[in-house]
Design a protein around this ligand. Structure first.
Ligand code: UP5
Ligand code: MG
Length: 190
């Protein structure tokens, strides 16, 4: 039996802008399933899959993994879930990512959240996270930020042009930021 077309939210923002933190709150309040592309890739590394070494090297360099790999991972996660609403966190990171997703999945997201955060806040948050991520060091942070600016901002612009973008001010307490996020989903009644 074919499932209902799911409600898809892309969650974008620079490194350390608070995507994962806010996604956890959206899951609690609105019952979404959270798919962090970065977490899915890190899972591939720890399961020693055929792509593990390639993925680890990309993450260490702050570079973007081939979109076929990432989209297949997302597709599997959506298809194996019973839920019909998903947060896709940290993807698409480039126009190539976006176009590959549309080609393989065949749809566009319903809405896109953009956590807008100044660099000095993001770098502080990343360097004080202390969860042992191989990319949480100042050198890799700089590369992640460069890639974000060059490749991810055009995607954000694209969705803004389509009227799908919700820009969130990502400075403040977690609860202050979530209040803006809550209003977006409340309006959609999802
Ligand atoms: N924190 C959160 N909110 C706060 C607040 N309001 N005030 C103070 N502190 C706050 O938050 C970061 C830290 O800040 C945490 O310690 C948190 O407690 C605190 P978090 O919610 O984790 O921020 P997030 O935006 O999720 O940061 P993250 O580092 O995960 O973002 P990235 O986009 O850099 O990382 P991601 O995991 O998405 O990707 C990692 C790498 O994977 C990429 O660089 C790339 O190499 C690869 N990748 C791909 O190749 N393709 C993909 O599609 C996805 C990833
Ligand atoms: Mg994250």
């Amino acid at each position: 039996p074919s499932k209902k077309t799911p409600f898809i939210t892309f969650v974008l923002g620079g490194p350390g802008s608070g995507k994962g933190t806010q996604c956890a709150k959206i899951v609690e309040t609105f019952g979404f399933t959270h798919l962090s592309a970065g977490d899915l890739l890190r899972k591939e590394i720890s399961s020693n899959s055929e792509n593990a070494v390639m993925i680890l090297n990309k993450i260490k360099e702050g570079k973007i993994v081939s979109p076929e790999v990432t989209v297949k991972m997302i597709q599997r996660a959506i298809e194996s879930s019973e839920n019909d609403k998903f947060l896709i966190d940290g993807f698409p990171r480039s126009e190539e990512n976006r176009i590959t997703y549309e080609r393989i999945i065949g749809t566009e997201p319903n809405i896109v959240l953009f956590f807008d955060c100044p660099e000095e806040k993001m770098v502080k948050r990343v360097l004080s996270r202390n969860q042992g991520r191989v990319d949480d060091n100042i050198n890799t942070f700089k590369k992640r930020l460069e890639v974000f600016t060059a490749l991810n901002l055009p995607v954000i612009k694209y969705y803004s042009g389509k009227g799908k973008l919700y820009k969130i001010n990502a400075v403040g307490t977690e609860d202050e930021i979530f209040e803006q996020v809550r209003q977006v989903f409340a309006a959609y009644e999802v």
